[in-house]
Design a protein around this ligand. Structure first.
Ligand code: XIL
Length: 315
């Protein structure tokens, strides 16, 4: 352990890399400032299918993410790829496909192309994102056409395209026992079929009302019992109106203490957005969470360290 770590990543270097996810429009906002706290980087939207190939399966709009990856690599950060196959925002050329063999071919071709494009600049990929819905069943979009084969194809093809990278299944609410049970059932099936899944990404969109440390701990234990590595891939703690800063700080502190306890299975923790001046949660898009500003990060609107930061940093 360093005696005088200045940045988060230094403090956490004995444990796991610390990452953040931002969009290309926010690179300059954090450059040379709080981005120095992070040694892992994720493109918020630029590696999604709706950015890379919005209109046709052979489109290659790699420029936005390429610039970001070059930036991250130049700063010595590792890059998590997010995400290859996601029902949400899937372009019509694939979302509209109703033939199983065609769908599997489209998925296979796309995954191969994208994984090969980034090569080893991306060390891990969220291969499939959010395959299980809030009703704890497979979401209909791709599943209705191809069953679990669409997931298997995506992982197998990604492994074949680059055997050196880590392949993750990524989802939210994995601290919730019922959804987790369904995801574990899916992961067991994938493992039985010999599908190359290396890890589970727990998104980690938490809140002050019903996030329980014991639930998060159970999730980490149950996923690692499958022989999988675990990453926290999209961590934030909603605090709409900034009315619960003290409780938010405590929860962040408890979460990171838990993550340190499981550092042998946790291979990365990524925060979703960098500071409270910009969050995907701001506004009225998720009225069931709250409205207005969400104040979900470790840094305030002026990029200063919040109480939550100190709870994570001082241990
Ligand atoms: C979000 C981005 O933050 C937004 O900018 C975008 O409009 C929608 O997607 N789970 C995920 C992420 O896996 O990709 C989502 O990111 C947040 C929820």
């Amino acid at each position: 352990m360093q005696l005088r770590a200045e940045f988060l990543w230094e403090k956490y270097s004995p444990y796991f890399p610390i990452g953040y996810a931002i969009g290309t429009e926010n690179i300059d906002r954090y450059k040379g400032g709080i981005d120095r706290h992070f040694n892992s980087f994720t493109c918020e939207n630029e590696m999604k299918m709706y950015t890379i190939a919005p209109h046709s399966p052979t489109q290659d709009n790699f420029a936005p993410s390429d610039n970001m990856v070059d930036y991250a690599v130049s700063q010595g950060k590792r890059v998590r790829g997010h995400t290859l196959i996601w029902y949400n925002g899937a372009p019509s050329w694939i979302a509209g496909c109703r033939d199983k063999q065609t769908l599997l071919r489209l998925i296979g071709d796309y995954v191969t192309r994208v994984v090969k494009h980034y090569g080893n600049k991306v060390y891990s990929w969220d291969v499939v994102n959010e395959a299980i819905g809030d009703d704890n069943r497979y979401r209909s979009a791709f599943y209705d056409v191809a069953g679990i084969d669409y997931i298997e194809t995506a992982f197998c093809v990604a492994r074949a395209a680059n055997p050196h990278i880590r392949l993750f299944y990524n989802d939210y609410n994995l601290d919730k026992p019922q959804k987790r049970a369904k995801v574990i059932e899916m992961l067991r099936e994938l493992q039985r079929d010999g599908v190359p899944v290396d890890g589970v990404g727990m998104q980690g969109h938490y809140n002050l009302k019903d996030t329980r440390i014991s639930d998060v701990e159970n999730a980490i234990r149950e996923f690692s019992a499958l022989g999988l590595e675990v990453q926290i891939t999209e961590l934030d703690v909603k605090n709409y109106g900034n009315t619960g800063a003290r409780r938010q700080a405590e929860l962040y502190g408890e979460l990171f203490a838990l993550f340190r306890k499981y550092a042998d299975v946790i291979t990365g923790v990524t925060l979703w957005n960098a500071a409270d001046d910009y969050s995907w949660l701001d506004g009225d898009d998720f009225p069931h969470y709250g409205t207005g500003k969400a104040y979900p990060t470790l840094f305030d609107e002026n990029h200063g360290r919040k109480e939550a930061f100190y709870k994570v940093f001082d241990f």
